[in-house]
Design a binder for this molecule. Structure first.
Ligand SMILES: [Zn+2]
Length: 720
């Protein structure tokens, strides 16, 4: 139920992280004199539209780059002026002043992010490539500026005596830690060392990405024997034939996906083919050729351990988790360790069901990883079969939106929604709603761009066009993007249940952005730690199956009849399917990540295969038929993406949202009082308080894993 989330989170996180470097700012007209940027550019002055919504009707592809570049130049000038201020550093002239910088950059970059994610083209892609290194340098120019850091440090040191508001105090601490985290506190010699480590890390990481890309392409399963592919559909076969032609090969080719398990394994009937495809996937980056990544990752792990030490920690993970809700690798490990027993016990029980099918078909072998998808699909059909065609007529998209997503927000928070046709959008499929409080006061603008397009990134995500801030007088303008199938003209959009969950999920992020009620933009809304940001979204998913909500929207699009009880029960039951396996493969990957990044500085170069085996054995993750979701040698999230020492965050946020939903269940469920309490104590507060403290104050205790096991159907091992 939650795995669909994996691919979407990457793009989502990119937006969230990008938000961190966007220090949004006051409504001062741009003064830049850059060539090619003048008053005719629609970003030149703040938008005069309601909520300062971007004027997409006037913005042309060529307007973004000059506005982003002029915006960065302007922000550096503003930052320079703060650093060079002859007056003694104060909260106002340093910290608050930084919050007011970068207005133009913020306007242009937020709109650019929206269109490049949801409606891109070669012109925008080229700008994206050209600007990527400049954006990184822009962030460095701010956070490695020694003069600026000394002013921040001076304010930080006297913060207790300044009589700041709790949010003001948090802001000072946020900036100080952000600078220190980036290395601003190091001696000049150590700064040089850090720069060298960062350079080598970035080179190795880039190298890893291109090696894995090439390795994954090269390792595709190829055959000239059509009978080896028995079980594939004609459509699959013609795709495989085309893939072979593209590679100038005879026969058929099955390209690999990023994960260890491969989708075709659920339908391939010939066991030797399954084993072949699985082995191709498992060994893709360990073939002793130029694309073998093992030396690269061993060196990356060693280098990151050095970086952790240089920045004052026992390990890279220690440094990386400092500003996360979990705070230390020990806390994250303790959490994962507690999941291992229930996860593996349930996977073992699922394996028994699978083995029974193998025996009944006189297979004469024990289940191996390459058999899992094939036989679990048969178990799924027998035990939980859900017919998509039967379900979809009950999930018409507009009805799900109005009577499901909006209805839940109305019942919990009193919100109402009014469609606005006068706000310009980036594509004709985008719709805009004004969101109002129970008393009619305007709260936010919300855009949805739900239908799939070829020029849209995969998955689903939420982003901000204008971030809420009392300091800047801005109300939030946020959007949700998804890839739901677009119906033919005049036909209803009938979606799957997993699409319904996507709508609730992304709207949960949107609520986090729209409820923001903070003074300072950098602490606002979804600008929270990686292991917290998925909490509001995953929490909102729970309402999709809550009876009073579900029965309000799950109605036949033609007749209006309620979904039959048996069908609704099947949907609910199917959520438990294969959860032992799914949790075990995720845990194995998360454990590998954390152990690689917990190596102490000075460790010798590790041999990845031995390290991996020992790491999993140490944690009792030894079921031969449940390999890690990603093996070390092709684990792109941690070696090539932003998830080093962070893969656990997916599971951590799941613990929080299930625990939170259990609290609601125990306190009367769907009520305004419960919704408003969560809104006041958590959803409106962004990053204005220590997140663990904020969560615990709301819940009344520390988060607990029991509800997570319950909602995954894993609470009682072996008895389902
Ligand atoms: Zn999400």
């Amino acid at each position: 139920m939650r795995l669909w989330e994996m691919k979407s989170l990457i793009s989502e996180m990119r937006m969230v992280l990008a938000g961190v470097i966007m220090m949004s700012s006051s409504v001062v007209p741009a003064q830049s004199t850059d060539a090619g940027f003048g008053p005719e550019n629609p970003f030149h002055a703040p938008s005069a539209l309601p909520f300062q919504a971007p004027p997409f009707d006037r913005i042309k592809d060529g307007d973004y780059q000059p506005a982003i570049e002029a915006g960065m130049a302007e922000q550096r000038k503003e930052i320079r002026a703060i650093a060079d201020n002859p007056a003694a550093p104060t909260f106002e002239n340093t910290i608050v002043a930084m919050e007011k910088t970068g207005a133009l950059f913020q306007r242009a970059y937020a709109a650019f992010n929206a269109v490049t994610g949801a409606n891109t083209n070669p012109v925008l892609e080229k700008v994206q490539q050209e600007e990527a290194p400049k954006l990184a340098a822009h962030s460095d120019a701010i956070f490695l500026d020694a003069k600026l850091f000394h002013r921040v440090e001076a304010v930080y040191e006297k913060r207790e005596s300044l009589k700041l508001s709790p949010e003001g105090l948090r802001l000072v601490e946020y900036y100080y830690q952000r600078f220190v985290h980036a290395g601003a506190n190091l001696s000049d010699a150590d700064k040089e060392k850090l720069k060298k480590i960062n350079e080598e890390e970035s080179t190795l990481s880039n190298g890893f990405r291109s090696k894995v890309l090439a390795a994954t392409k090269d390792a595709a399963y190829a055959t000239t024997d059509k009978s080896a592919l028995a079980g594939l559909t004609d459509a699959d076969l013609s795709l495989a034939e085309r893939a072979a032609k593209q590679r100038k090969k005879e026969g058929w080719v099955l390209p690999l996906q990023n994960t260890t398990q491969q989708p075709y394994l659920s339908s391939l009937e010939v066991r030797a083919t399954r084993q072949g495809l699985f082995q191709d996937s498992w060994t893709r980056a360990e073939r002793g050729d130029v694309n073998d990544t093992r030396e690269t990752i061993a060196r990356l792990a060693q280098l990151r351990a050095e970086k952790g030490k240089l920045l004052g920690f026992d390990s890279y993970a220690g440094w990386k988790l400092e500003d996360q809700m979990a705070k230390t690798p020990e806390n994250a490990l303790k959490f994962m360790d507690a999941l291992v027993g229930p996860a593996t016990a349930n996977a073992a029980s699922e394996a028994k069901d699978i083995q029974a099918v193998i025996v009944s078909q006189k297979g004469g072998f024990s289940v191996e990883p390459w058999d899992w998808e094939f036989y679990s699909e048969q178990v799924r059909k027998a035990k939980y079969d859900l017919n998509e065609a039967e379900v979809r007529p009950y999930f018409e998209m507009n009805n799900v939106l109005q009577n499901g997503v909006f209805y839940a927000a109305n019942q919990l928070y009193g919100l109402t929604f009014k469609e606005r046709k006068d706000i310009p959008v980036w594509h004709a499929d985008v719709r805009v709603y004004e969101v109002m409080e129970a008393d009619g006061k305007p709260l936010a603008l919300w855009y949805c761009d739900y239908f799939k397009r070829d020029n849209k990134n995969g998955g689903a995500w939420m982003g901000s066009l204008v971030r809420q801030s009392k300091l800047l007088g801005t109300l939030p303008v946020v959007y949700n993007v998804a890839n739901l199938p677009k119906p033919a003209e005049g036909e209803p959009a009938l979606i799957s249940f997993s699409d319904v969950i996507t709508m609730f999920h992304e709207f949960g992020h949107a609520l986090h952005g729209m409820f923001a009620a903070t003074e300072y933009p950098v602490l606002s809304g979804t600008s929270v730690a990686r292991d917290f940001v998925e909490f509001p979204s995953q929490f909102n998913e729970h309402w999709a199956t809550y009876p009073a909500i579900f029965h309000h929207y799950a109605k036949h699009y033609k007749t209006g009849a309620a979904m039959p009880v048996e069908l609704a029960a099947k949907i609910k039951k199917a959520e438990d399917f294969n959860q032992g396996y799914k949790l075990t493969e995720l845990l194995a990957a998360a454990e590998l990540d954390m152990q690689w990044h917990s190596l102490p500085a000075g460790s010798s170069l590790q041999k990845p295969d031995e390290f991996e085996k020992a790491a999993l054995e140490k944690k009792g993750l030894t079921l031969s038929y449940v390999p890690p979701r990603y093996r070390s040698s092709y684990f792109s999230h941690i070696w090539g993406g932003g998830y080093a020492a962070g893969y656990y965050a997916y599971l951590w946020a799941e613990m929080l949202d299930d625990d939170a939903f259990q609290w609601f269940q125990e306190h009367g469920g769907l009520t305004r009082a419960n919704g408003d309490r969560l809104r006041t104590m958590v959803l409106s507060r962004g990053n204005t308080e220590d997140l663990a403290k904020m969560y615990e104050a709301w819940l009344g205790s520390a988060p607990n894993i029991e509800p997570m096991l319950k909602y995954r159907g894993l609470a009682k091992a072996g008895t389902k």
